[in-house]
Design a protein around this ligand. Structure first.
Ligand code: HEC
Length: 222
Protein backbone atom coordinates (compact mmCIF):
# COMPACT_ATOMS: atom_id res chain seq x y z
CA UNK A 1 0.00 0.00 0.00
CA UNK A 2 2.83 2.38 0.91
CA UNK A 3 4.42 1.65 -2.46
CA UNK A 4 1.19 2.49 -4.22
CA UNK A 5 0.90 5.84 -2.43
CA UNK A 6 4.52 6.65 -3.26
CA UNK A 7 3.94 5.73 -6.89
CA UNK A 8 0.88 7.97 -7.17
CA UNK A 9 2.69 10.88 -5.48
CA UNK A 10 5.70 10.56 -7.79
CA UNK A 11 3.48 10.28 -10.85
CA UNK A 12 1.57 13.43 -9.92
CA UNK A 13 4.51 15.56 -8.74
CA UNK A 14 5.34 17.03 -12.19
CA UNK A 15 1.72 18.22 -12.46
CA UNK A 16 1.96 19.93 -9.09
CA UNK A 17 5.25 21.56 -10.08
CA UNK A 18 3.71 22.86 -13.29
CA UNK A 19 0.65 24.21 -11.50
CA UNK A 20 2.67 26.09 -8.90
CA UNK A 21 5.06 27.37 -11.58
CA UNK A 22 2.13 29.06 -13.36
CA UNK A 23 2.89 32.56 -14.56
CA UNK A 24 2.15 35.57 -12.42
CA UNK A 25 0.26 38.30 -14.20
CA UNK A 26 1.10 41.48 -12.31
CA UNK A 27 -1.89 43.54 -11.19
CA UNK A 28 -4.21 41.04 -12.83
CA UNK A 29 -3.16 38.38 -10.32
CA UNK A 30 -3.78 35.01 -11.95
CA UNK A 31 -3.26 34.92 -15.72
CA UNK A 32 -6.14 34.36 -18.14
CA UNK A 33 -6.16 31.02 -19.90
CA UNK A 34 -4.95 31.15 -23.54
CA UNK A 35 -6.86 28.91 -25.98
CA UNK A 36 -3.81 27.15 -27.47
CA UNK A 37 -4.57 24.35 -29.93
CA UNK A 38 -1.73 23.21 -32.20
CA UNK A 39 -4.16 21.20 -34.37
CA UNK A 40 -6.43 24.14 -35.24
CA UNK A 41 -5.03 25.25 -38.62
CA UNK A 42 -7.65 27.98 -39.20
CA UNK A 43 -6.77 29.62 -35.88
CA UNK A 44 -3.02 29.38 -36.63
CA UNK A 45 -3.50 30.90 -40.10
CA UNK A 46 -5.49 33.80 -38.66
CA UNK A 47 -2.84 34.24 -35.94
CA UNK A 48 -0.05 34.35 -38.54
CA UNK A 49 -1.95 37.02 -40.48
CA UNK A 50 -2.41 39.10 -37.30
CA UNK A 51 1.22 38.67 -36.25
CA UNK A 52 2.47 39.83 -39.64
CA UNK A 53 0.05 42.79 -39.77
CA UNK A 54 0.39 44.04 -36.19
CA UNK A 55 3.62 42.80 -34.62
CA UNK A 56 6.29 42.04 -37.21
CA UNK A 57 6.84 45.76 -37.90
CA UNK A 58 8.55 46.00 -34.51
CA UNK A 59 9.18 42.43 -33.32
CA UNK A 60 11.20 40.04 -35.47
CA UNK A 61 10.52 36.29 -35.25
CA UNK A 62 13.84 35.40 -36.76
CA UNK A 63 13.96 31.72 -35.85
CA UNK A 64 10.94 31.19 -38.10
CA UNK A 65 11.08 30.94 -41.89
CA UNK A 66 8.19 31.67 -44.28
CA UNK A 67 8.73 28.35 -46.03
CA UNK A 68 8.17 26.38 -42.83
CA UNK A 69 5.14 28.49 -41.97
CA UNK A 70 3.60 27.74 -45.40
CA UNK A 71 4.23 23.99 -45.01
CA UNK A 72 3.02 23.65 -41.41
CA UNK A 73 0.00 25.93 -41.69
CA UNK A 74 -0.98 24.44 -45.08
CA UNK A 75 -0.91 27.74 -46.98
CA UNK A 76 0.15 27.80 -50.64
CA UNK A 77 3.81 29.03 -50.68
CA UNK A 78 3.01 31.33 -53.63
CA UNK A 79 0.32 33.06 -51.52
CA UNK A 80 2.69 33.33 -48.55
CA UNK A 81 5.31 34.89 -50.79
CA UNK A 82 2.85 37.39 -52.27
CA UNK A 83 0.73 38.38 -49.26
CA UNK A 84 2.69 37.54 -46.12
CA UNK A 85 6.38 37.86 -46.82
CA UNK A 86 7.25 41.57 -46.75
CA UNK A 87 10.66 41.13 -45.17
CA UNK A 88 12.57 38.93 -47.60
CA UNK A 89 12.43 38.24 -51.33
CA UNK A 90 12.95 34.52 -50.73
CA UNK A 91 10.37 32.05 -49.39
CA UNK A 92 13.22 30.55 -47.30
CA UNK A 93 13.80 33.93 -45.64
CA UNK A 94 13.48 34.55 -41.91
CA UNK A 95 10.63 36.57 -40.39
CA UNK A 96 13.05 39.36 -39.66
CA UNK A 97 12.28 42.94 -40.72
CA UNK A 98 15.91 43.89 -40.00
CA UNK A 99 15.11 47.04 -38.02
CA UNK A 100 18.10 48.04 -35.97
CA UNK A 101 17.41 47.23 -32.27
CA UNK A 102 19.54 50.22 -31.22
CA UNK A 103 17.34 52.62 -33.20
CA UNK A 104 14.25 50.94 -31.82
CA UNK A 105 15.53 51.34 -28.27
CA UNK A 106 15.95 55.07 -29.00
CA UNK A 107 12.44 55.36 -30.47
CA UNK A 108 10.55 53.45 -27.80
CA UNK A 109 12.82 53.60 -24.75
CA UNK A 110 13.24 49.79 -24.87
CA UNK A 111 13.99 47.54 -27.85
CA UNK A 112 11.09 45.25 -28.84
CA UNK A 113 12.49 41.74 -28.27
CA UNK A 114 12.36 38.92 -30.83
CA UNK A 115 9.14 37.00 -30.18
CA UNK A 116 9.82 33.56 -31.71
CA UNK A 117 10.21 32.03 -28.26
CA UNK A 118 8.15 34.53 -26.24
CA UNK A 119 5.48 32.02 -25.19
CA UNK A 120 8.18 29.73 -23.82
CA UNK A 121 9.93 32.50 -21.95
CA UNK A 122 6.71 33.87 -20.45
CA UNK A 123 3.99 31.20 -21.13
CA UNK A 124 1.07 31.50 -23.58
CA UNK A 125 -1.26 32.52 -20.71
CA UNK A 126 1.01 35.43 -19.80
CA UNK A 127 1.23 36.73 -23.39
CA UNK A 128 -2.57 36.35 -23.82
CA UNK A 129 -3.27 38.22 -20.58
CA UNK A 130 -0.73 40.91 -21.48
CA UNK A 131 -2.31 41.59 -24.87
CA UNK A 132 -5.76 41.84 -23.28
CA UNK A 133 -4.64 44.17 -20.46
CA UNK A 134 -3.87 47.53 -22.04
CA UNK A 135 -5.63 50.35 -20.13
CA UNK A 136 -5.90 54.11 -20.73
CA UNK A 137 -3.34 56.02 -18.62
CA UNK A 138 -2.69 59.67 -19.48
CA UNK A 139 0.55 59.71 -17.50
CA UNK A 140 2.24 57.33 -19.99
CA UNK A 141 3.85 58.45 -23.32
CA UNK A 142 1.32 56.52 -25.48
CA UNK A 143 -1.64 57.18 -23.18
CA UNK A 144 -1.82 53.52 -22.16
CA UNK A 145 -0.46 51.29 -19.45
CA UNK A 146 -0.62 47.55 -18.98
CA UNK A 147 -1.92 45.62 -15.99
CA UNK A 148 0.38 42.66 -16.60
CA UNK A 149 3.55 44.56 -17.59
CA UNK A 150 3.55 47.84 -15.66
CA UNK A 151 4.91 50.91 -17.51
CA UNK A 152 5.61 48.88 -20.65
CA UNK A 153 7.23 50.79 -23.54
CA UNK A 154 4.92 49.18 -26.12
CA UNK A 155 1.91 51.10 -27.50
CA UNK A 156 -1.53 49.42 -27.57
CA UNK A 157 -1.09 48.25 -31.16
CA UNK A 158 -4.38 46.31 -31.22
CA UNK A 159 -6.43 49.34 -30.08
CA UNK A 160 -8.21 49.71 -33.48
CA UNK A 161 -9.08 46.05 -33.52
CA UNK A 162 -10.37 46.22 -29.95
CA UNK A 163 -12.59 49.21 -30.82
CA UNK A 164 -13.96 47.68 -34.02
CA UNK A 165 -14.74 44.26 -32.62
CA UNK A 166 -17.16 42.85 -30.07
CA UNK A 167 -15.25 41.88 -26.88
CA UNK A 168 -15.70 38.17 -27.61
CA UNK A 169 -14.40 38.53 -31.19
CA UNK A 170 -11.42 40.53 -29.96
CA UNK A 171 -10.57 37.85 -27.39
CA UNK A 172 -10.84 35.20 -30.08
CA UNK A 173 -8.49 37.17 -32.38
CA UNK A 174 -5.93 37.58 -29.58
CA UNK A 175 -6.34 33.85 -28.83
CA UNK A 176 -5.50 33.03 -32.46
CA UNK A 177 -2.48 35.35 -32.31
CA UNK A 178 -1.16 33.68 -29.16
CA UNK A 179 -1.89 30.25 -30.63
CA UNK A 180 0.32 31.21 -33.58
CA UNK A 181 3.05 32.47 -31.22
CA UNK A 182 2.92 29.18 -29.30
CA UNK A 183 3.29 27.37 -32.64
CA UNK A 184 6.36 29.49 -33.51
CA UNK A 185 7.93 28.61 -30.18
CA UNK A 186 7.47 24.90 -30.86
CA UNK A 187 6.68 24.23 -34.53
CA UNK A 188 6.64 20.44 -34.24
CA UNK A 189 4.13 20.32 -31.41
CA UNK A 190 1.23 19.23 -33.68
CA UNK A 191 3.37 16.33 -34.96
CA UNK A 192 4.50 15.44 -31.43
CA UNK A 193 0.90 15.28 -30.23
CA UNK A 194 -0.10 13.14 -33.23
CA UNK A 195 2.74 10.65 -32.64
CA UNK A 196 2.00 10.67 -28.90
CA UNK A 197 -1.49 9.27 -29.50
CA UNK A 198 -0.04 6.35 -31.50
CA UNK A 199 2.58 5.66 -28.84
CA UNK A 200 -0.08 5.50 -26.13
CA UNK A 201 -2.30 3.27 -28.29
CA UNK A 202 0.67 0.98 -28.92
CA UNK A 203 1.41 0.74 -25.19
CA UNK A 204 -2.22 -0.10 -24.41
CA UNK A 205 -2.25 -2.87 -27.02
CA UNK A 206 1.15 -4.14 -25.83
CA UNK A 207 -0.30 -4.43 -22.34
CA UNK A 208 -2.54 -7.34 -23.44
CA UNK A 209 0.22 -9.84 -24.46
CA UNK A 210 2.41 -8.68 -21.59
CA UNK A 211 -0.39 -9.36 -19.12
CA UNK A 212 -1.09 -12.77 -20.69
CA UNK A 213 2.62 -13.65 -20.59
CA UNK A 214 2.73 -12.65 -16.94
CA UNK A 215 -0.16 -15.04 -16.21
CA UNK A 216 1.62 -17.81 -18.13
CA UNK A 217 5.00 -17.40 -16.35
CA UNK A 218 3.54 -17.32 -12.85
CA UNK A 219 0.83 -19.96 -13.16
CA UNK A 220 2.94 -22.84 -11.72
CA UNK A 221 4.52 -20.71 -9.03
CA UNK A 222 1.36 -19.34 -7.49
C1 HEC B 1 5.44 50.00 -32.24
C2 HEC B 1 6.29 48.86 -32.00
C3 HEC B 1 5.64 47.62 -31.43
C4 HEC B 1 4.66 46.84 -32.01
C5 HEC B 1 3.98 47.07 -33.35
C6 HEC B 1 4.45 45.72 -31.13
N1 HEC B 1 5.27 45.81 -30.04
FE1 HEC B 1 5.42 44.46 -28.54
N2 HEC B 1 6.84 45.58 -27.64
C7 HEC B 1 7.33 46.78 -28.13
C8 HEC B 1 8.34 47.28 -27.22
C9 HEC B 1 9.13 48.57 -27.38
C10 HEC B 1 8.46 46.33 -26.17
C11 HEC B 1 9.42 46.36 -24.98
C12 HEC B 1 8.66 46.89 -23.83
C13 HEC B 1 9.48 47.13 -22.59
O1 HEC B 1 10.47 46.41 -22.33
O2 HEC B 1 9.09 48.03 -21.85
C14 HEC B 1 7.48 45.27 -26.46
C15 HEC B 1 7.26 44.16 -25.65
C16 HEC B 1 6.43 43.12 -25.98
C17 HEC B 1 6.27 41.90 -25.18
C18 HEC B 1 6.95 41.62 -23.87
C19 HEC B 1 8.20 40.89 -24.14
C20 HEC B 1 8.89 40.48 -22.86
O3 HEC B 1 8.82 39.29 -22.56
O4 HEC B 1 9.46 41.33 -22.20
C21 HEC B 1 5.41 41.09 -25.85
C22 HEC B 1 4.93 39.70 -25.44
C23 HEC B 1 4.99 41.80 -27.04
N3 HEC B 1 5.63 43.02 -27.09
C24 HEC B 1 4.10 41.30 -27.95
C25 HEC B 1 3.68 42.00 -29.07
C26 HEC B 1 2.70 41.48 -30.00
C27 HEC B 1 2.02 40.12 -29.91
C28 HEC B 1 2.51 42.44 -30.95
C29 HEC B 1 1.54 42.40 -32.10
C30 HEC B 1 0.15 42.37 -31.71
C31 HEC B 1 3.40 43.56 -30.62
N4 HEC B 1 4.09 43.25 -29.48
C32 HEC B 1 3.53 44.71 -31.38
C33 HEC B 1 6.97 47.41 -29.30
C34 HEC B 1 6.02 46.95 -30.18
Amino acid sequence: MKKLILFVLLALSPLAAQASGGAECGELGACLHAPVNAQDKASLQNGAKLYISYCLGCHSAKYMRYERLAADLKIDPALVQEYMNFTSDKIGGQMNPATNPKDQAKWFGAAPPDLTLATRLRSPDWVYSYLLSFQPDEARPYGVNNKVFKDVAMPHVLADLEQDMKPEEFKQAVGDLVNFMAYMAEPNRAERERIGVFVLMFLVILLIPVWLLNQEYWKDVK
